[in-house]
Design a protein around this ligand. Structure first.
Ligand SMILES: [Zn+2]
Length: 502
């Protein structure tokens, strides 16, 4: 229990510190007096400058909990990959949606914006005021929860056993839209919404959208109503990063972003002809039944001299081609395309000769070695090969374990556009390569992208959604993404490459 002492000298905005586990009124008073802070903003600055260290009554655990509650825990090691956050977040949503107190719940924060790594999981929950204590009790007792870090009238911060933090923001039906918008962020996006709202006679903050003339909060069950009040185009969460998107929404220039339903095929897949787990037949039938809107898949096993594992040998190529013909005959049309992923060697050559490359429907060339040198020349040379259609995972980064190698992207994207060579958005959770920033630059240069799962097993076809997120964050429409095209249109793209090189 917290000490019941006179809190009169604690400023209103700092009272919520007493919602933090282990922080008593005495401790809050010590913070105010010794750091000379009088509001949340000053406190945030002091915490960022590590000034909490100077207060003897605070334990290391107290300091950590305050940093967590204020979302100032900036340790890079704590960031989790988007895919892990989605799986974890879905489990929590599924759990809390069973509580009768929870009317509605959605992801917010960087998870909803589809960032490639996530600091913590944010969830907006519709719950009646009278039910909030009961909800806190139930969240504390979820099997996933280690303990509650902080809890106030309108928020709960829970630490999971895997050390991921989950922030639940509690709201009611009338304010759900504004709460979701506010906690989806980003911070810089919210700041520009705030200033635009002020210009239009409103105030926008964590409590909602306040109409200055009517002297009341606007009721909005969803975000769309808030955008309508502000006369803005609805802006998808993936685009809510900076102020320029608020300007675009005000001028009704929000692009129509690519969606998963527009995807017509997956163009990098590995089978047990190289390092994949499944036969071509199993993968084809799986995708055919689970993703009925796909029109084709491209099998792209590794043909490599550099890889030590199982690879497609030159004399396997015709046998694999015969197998694909049999499978397509059984399906009834040319559903499975015959592709390959070749290495770009150190001097920019490819791991198969042109005479073999030209027998494939689709050729991906990828860097699989020398990850620290400047690889601009290798990529440029690969683009110049008339039989290379796409550069795989072009930057070589592995999230959390390998930095991207140095590349002059201006040169590479100019060459890719000039030679009609596509660039990949590799959707594997630890790749997401190209990333959102580079995709944005690529489309500005007129480069076409392909979103591939690089699936090595059946479950990995689900990664497509991650690649879609990257593309959407970069502002891609379906016309930027080759695998939203029919195969006949892709053949035209391949022809434009042959014409460009000739
Ligand atoms: Zn690869």
């Amino acid at each position: 229990m917290k000490a019941r002492v006179n809190t009169s000298i604690i400023p209103d905005t700092l009272e919520r510190l007493m919602d933090v586990r282990g922080i008593t009124a005495d401790k809050v008073r010590a913070i105010c007096q010794e750091l000379g802070v009088g509001n949340l903003r000053e406190l945030t600055t002091a915490v960022t400058l590590d000034q909490l260290e100077s207060i003897p009554s605070l334990t290391p655990e107290n300091r950590k909990n305050i940093r967590r509650a204020l979302k100032l825990e900036k340790d890079i090691d704590h960031r989790i990959q988007l895919w892990d956050a989605i799986l974890q977040g879905k489990e929590i949503l599924q759990y809390i949606r069973q509580f009768p107190e929870v009317k509605k719940a959605s992801f917010a924060g960087s998870l909803r914006r589809g960032k490639d790594t996530i600091g913590d999981i944010d969830i907006v929950v519709e719950v009646a005021g009278a039910d909030r204590k009961r909800l806190l009790y139930k969240i504390d007792r979820m099997p996933l929860t280690e303990h509650i870090i902080a809890a106030g009238r309108s928020w709960i911060c829970a630490l999971l056993h895997n050390q991921v933090l989950v922030y639940f923001y509690l709201t009611d039906q009338q304010h759900y839209g504004a709460t979701l918008l506010y906690y989806t962020g980003s911070t810089s996006y919210n700041l520009s919404i705030e200033s635009l709202a002020t210009q239009k006679g409103y105030r926008f903050d964590a409590n909602g959208l306040y109409d200055m003339a009517q002297r009341q909060y606007v009721t909005a069950e969803n975000e769309e109503e808030i955008f309508r009040h502000l006369l803005l185009d609805y802006t998808p969460p993936e685009l809510r990063e900076g102020q320029e998107l608020v300007v675009a929404a005000n001028q009704h220039k929000i692009p129509s972003l690519v969606t998963f339903n527009q995807v017509k095929g997956d163009m990098q897949i590995h089978t047990n002809w190289s390092d994949g787990e499944e036969s071509i037949e199993r993968m084809a039938h799986y995708v055919f039944s689970v993703f009925p809107h796909y029109q084709y898949i491209v099998v792209t096993d590794h043909a490599s001299n550099e890889r030590t594992g199982h690879v497609l040998r030159p004399d396997d190529i015709s046998r694999q081609a015969a197998e694909i013909i049999d499978i397509n005959n059984a399906i009834g049309h040319n559903y499975v395309k015959k592709g390959v992923e070749v290495d770009i060697t150190e001097n920019g050559e490819l791991s198969l000769p042109d005479e073999l490359l030209k027998t494939f429907d689709w050729v991906i060339a990828s860097v699989h070695s020398h990850f620290t040198t400047d690889n601009t020349a290798r990529l440029l040379k690969a683009c110049e090969n008339p039989y290379v259609h796409c550069i795989g995972h072009p930057s070589g980064r592995l999230i959390g374990s390998r930095h991207p190698y140095p590349v002059d992207w201006d040169q590479v994207f100019a060459k890719a556009a000039a030679t009609s060579t596509a660039m990949e958005i590799n959707a594997r959770p630890n790749r997401l390569d190209l990333n959102d920033t580079l995709v944005k630059k690529a489309i500005a240069n007129g480069v076409k992208l392909v979103i591939d799962t690089d699936a090595h097993s059946l479950a990995q076809f689900d990664f497509m959604q991650l690649g879609i997120w990257v593309a959407r964050r970069a502002g891609c429409c379906h016309t930027d993404i080759l695998n939203t095209f029919t195969w006949e249109e892709i053949e035209k793209f391949k022809k434009s490459k042959r014409n460009a090189i000739a």
